[in-house]
Design a protein around this ligand. Structure first.
Ligand SMILES: [Zn+2]
Length: 357
């Protein structure tokens, strides 16, 4: 489900031209809130004027005439309806607009009391009013604003974590929840399409078979065995994918050397996108010295999430940089080999080489 379409980042335009009398009457019959503030209906039999959404019983059509605003109705001798209070629409709209401006400019989440106080309304009343005008509560509106900001920040170069804080979130978990609800995807997935990113690649032979080596301008984004350009394009469908340049050739040579000497590549630049959890797992993997192994449970504990053993295993499986991020150094708690995305034989071979060093 796509929630983006109903995200109001701005209020509807105010005071569009007044519709013709038949349309006005139809709006009254429908009690159309969207027409409040666009015109008022004057009831000849009672001498009062109402806004279109007035909940009072409808007069007969022939008793009603329509005028553009309360001032015109008063000039024609009508009084404001005590039930729908048509004179307050302008004031309410201004208050909501002021609140929207405040929320948009706020660095962090504001309490309802603070927003209501800023516009001079009681919190409970303002909450209802805001929802009536925008279709969202102030809190939901603020979340939508932040999600929009996050979306814009993610479209810029830089890390996911930086984008999250830039958008005004205090914690990544909140950002992921909002992003899933408002953007329909997680921040990492948003970046994974590679939009706006140039990726250079080549396939190169290693002692454990052919390797795909690919990098953005910031660092390696894909190292894998047995893959080619098609796999790269499937993974980064929106990226500008180009053949290797001399800088990538140099990096690819170093990656191949890494297969034979896993300690050799510690300083290779990396540009992988993932959730904060995945990034933490991958960092923990890079901290395992060559020749040693860890269990999935030990990795989960190392990143402060001892209960997340299964998720840690999944994050290892999501590793995009074979050998450089040494997911091959993670084994099952019982000492058995566990899985490997690029084949168990390669995992065994890599571990055997490291044990010999
Ligand atoms: Zn009324």
């Amino acid at each position: 489900m796509n929630h983006m379409t109903r995200l109001p980042v701005s209020l509807p335009a105010r005071s569009p031209a007044m519709p013709d009398a038949d349309a006005c009457w139809a709006a009254f019959l429908a009690r159309d809130r969207a027409m409040d503030g666009v015109f008022v209906g004057c009831v000849a039999s009672t001498g009062i004027y109402c806004k279109p959404s007035c909940a009072a019983r409808h007069p007969r059509r022939e008793n009603m005439s329509f005028l553009p605003d309360p001032a015109a109705a008063r000039a024609a001798g009508f009084r404001a309806c005590l039930r729908c209070r048509p004179d307050e629409i302008g004031r309410d709209r201004l208050a909501v607009e002021k609140a929207v401006a405040l929320i948009e400019s706020a660095e962090e989440a504001l309490r309802l009391e603070a927003i209501a106080d800023h516009v001079g309304y009681a919190p409970h009343h303002f909450h209802r009013l805001f929802k009536r005008e925008t279709g969202l509560t102030p809190a939901a509106f603020a979340r939508g604003m932040r999600a929009e900001r996050l979306k814009r920040a993610l479209a810029q170069p830089g890390s996911v974590t930086a984008a999250i804080y830039e958008a005004g979130y205090n914690a990544p978990s909140r950002a992921y929840a909002d992003a899933e609800q408002h953007l329909g995807m997680t921040p990492s997935a948003w970046k994974d399409g590679g939009r706006g990113v140039t990726i250079r690649w080549r396939v190169i032979d290693s002692s454990l078979g052919s390797m795909l080596v690919a990098a953005t301008g910031k660092g390696l984004c894909r190292i894998s065995f047995g893959e080619g350009e098609g796999a790269l394009r499937a993974r980064f469908p929106h990226a500008d994918i180009r053949p290797a340049d001399p800088a990538l050739d140099v990096m690819a040579q170093r990656v191949v050397a890494l297969v034979d000497d896993p300690a050799a590549g510690a300083d290779l630049p990396v540009d992988v996108r993932g959730t904060s959890f995945q990034q933490a797992v991958w960092a923990a993997l890079r901290a395992i010295p060559p020749g040693e192994t860890r269990s999935y449970g030990a990795i989960a504990a190392a990143i402060g999430r001892p209960g997340a053993v299964r998720a840690a295993g999944t994050a290892c499986g999501d590793n995009a940089l074979a050998v450089l991020i040494p997911c091959h150094r993670v084994v099952r708690g019982d000492g058995s080999m566990g899985g490997y995305a690029w084949g168990l034989e390669r995992k065994q071979a890599l571990l055997a080489r490291e044990a010999d060093k």
